[in-house]
Design a protein around this ligand. Structure first.
Ligand code: SF4
Ligand code: SF4
Length: 492
């Protein structure tokens, strides 16, 4: 029996004896276990390649295609302006943006509960670019997997050096392109082009951002690779709570495949031994896996549902003359011989919540005005008494144009009544408005502009030091927005 202080060390060494069981990218001596996934042509690979190239075009085009005067997708954090397929969110749309993000989160949760990690295998830029851009270039310049592995394990030669140099040069060029596309999502191509064509001395910040982004993209696709999915990605970490036995997964069918074994051996075995399963233990599914796992060991967090093992195994099944689908899209429940349920408590709950979020979003969006008007007091004295005896308040009007067209606005006073609240018992008082700067004020689409103005009323126009002013902000398209604001003055 171990002393209690020895147990943790024993437990740790037990784990380290088989690190690849914990992390396929790790060797026993703690070094990187480099993956050489063998491509597996097949129906899924063909379909994924088609989807991948459509997505690549889309990823590049989204920050460029204009919809309603904005890029299809723009996440301008600096100016706090977000454009998504014609919808534009401004800093004042916090609620709308929050509901939108909740909707996105619920969509991810619902789609994962139903379809598992389809996004990872088919749509994620990490998979799309790695499998359909970077790896094909690597195969083109460095050869097939077994050739690359042998060369990588061998000494440095001229052949190895020029191939690596060529590969990393192409990688760097593509990383530069991807980095520009990525940054365009946050600043827009217009700003990007200005930065790219201007002298570097004027845009040092841009060059630093671009250099760092290019470096990160290069590091990800040239070095880090599948570890982004198996170690870093938070979505992968959440799989254990997002998936259930009815979720769609890529799975090996052990009831059909076991007992596995080479055909010659299993066929020879007799004397009461169970009939051989369909798995001929060829290892093709493991050799093709980009994350290095053996799907026959069951559902694992590292599986990105890329379907390469399905294509690999289908080809083997064709060769040995047994039906395809030993590895297939299925669910754990179906593998156990029961029917997959689409309608289950969690999918119903997620759907209801998603519908609620969509409804709330539609309602909030429809009730959002074309213009956002905010009245406030300018910094400084709350009020000033003028030589002619009137009291002046300096106010600022912050107005955002939430339409897609240019506009102008001007402000006029509708009424001023003594006291707090517009339903006072006093008659309205005479008031004058004296803007600081020209009026009307121009507003480009999406632009926010400020107008500062003095509002003057007689000293006797206050009740308990307050008068309530009502303003009309009038826009060139005929829209009128009325706002009230308290004016401050001396106690009368
Ligand atoms: S590819 Fe199919 S037959 Fe070959 S080891 Fe994998 S599951 Fe078994
Ligand atoms: S187990 Fe199959 S589906 Fe999962 S990552 Fe590996 S090859 Fe792709």
């Amino acid at each position: 029996m171990l002393a209690s202080h020895e147990r943790p060390r024993q437990a740790a060494s037990t784990i380290l004896e088989s690190p690849e069981a914990v992390l396929t990218t790790l060797t026993k001596d703690g070094r990187r276990n480099w993956m050489y996934p063998v491509p597996s042509p097949g129906r899924y690979h063909t379909a994924r390649r088609l989807v991948a190239w459509v997505l690549i075009l889309l990823y590049v085009a989204l920050p460029v295609i204009p919809i309603g005067g904005h890029p299809a997708v723009l996440l301008d954090f600096v100016h706090r302006e977000f454009a998504l397929f014609g919808l534009v969110f401004y800093p004042t749309d916090t609620l709308l943006l929050m509901i939108f993000l909740i909707g996105v989160l619920l969509s991810v949760v619902l789609s994962t509960a139903l379809l598992g990690r389809v996004w990872c295998g088919w749509g994620c830029p990490q998979t799309v670019y790695l499998e359909f851009v970077f790896r094909p270039i690597e195969r083109w310049l460095e050869g097939a997997e077994h050739v690359r592995r042998r060369r990588d394990d061998g000494p440095w030669t001229f052949d190895k050096a020029w191939r690596k140099t060529a590969k990393f040069s192409v990688y760097l060029a593509i990383s530069l392109l991807l980095a520009h596309t990525f940054v365009a999502y946050f600043v827009g191509w217009d700003a990007l082009l200005v930065w790219m064509t201007g002298p570097p001395t004027e845009h040092w910040g841009f060059f630093v951002v671009m250099a760092v982004t290019t470096g990160l993209v290069f590091f990800d696709f040239a070095v880090f690779r599948e570890q982004m999915c198996t170690i870093t990605c938070p979505y992968a970490r959440m799989q254990s709570v997002l998936l259930d036995p009815d979720s769609l997964i890529v799975s090996y069918d052990p009831t059909r495949g076991e007992p596995r074994g080479k055909r010659s051996k299993t066929a020879a075995s007799g004397d009461g031994a169970p009939a051989p399963g369909d798995c001929v233990d060829c290892g093709a599914c493991v050799r093709t896996c980009p994350t290095g796992i053996d799907i026959r060991e069951g559902l694992q967090m590292e599986c990105i549902a890329c379907t390469q093992c399905i294509d690999a195994c289908d080809a083997i099944m064709d060769r040995v003359g047994t039906p395809r689908g030993l590895i297939r899209y299925t669910s754990e429940r179906e593998i156990e011989g029961r029917r997959t349920r689409l309608v289950r408590p969690r999918t119903v709950l997620y759907t209801v919540l998603l519908l609620a979020a969509v409804s709330a979003f539609a309602f909030t969006l429809s009730s959002r005005g074309a213009y956002d008007v905010n009245v406030g007091r300018s910094v400084g004295e709350p009020y000033t008494t003028l030589p002619d005896g009137r009291v002046a308040n300096r106010l600022r009007f912050r107005v955002r144009n939430q339409t897609g067209a240019a506009s102008t606005f001007s402000v006029r006073i509708v009424s001023v009544v003594p006291g707090a609240g517009e339903e006072g018992h006093h008659p309205p008082v005479q008031a004058d408005l004296n803007p600081v700067g020209p009026m009307p004020v121009s507003l480009a689409p999406g632009e926010m502009a400020r107008l500062e103005t003095w509002v003057m009323i007689p000293t006797g126009g206050f009740d308990d030091g307050v008068a309530t002013a009502r303003f009309a902000v009038e826009f060139s398209d005929g829209t009128v927005v009325e706002e009230s604001f308290p004016l401050l003055g001396p106690n009368s």
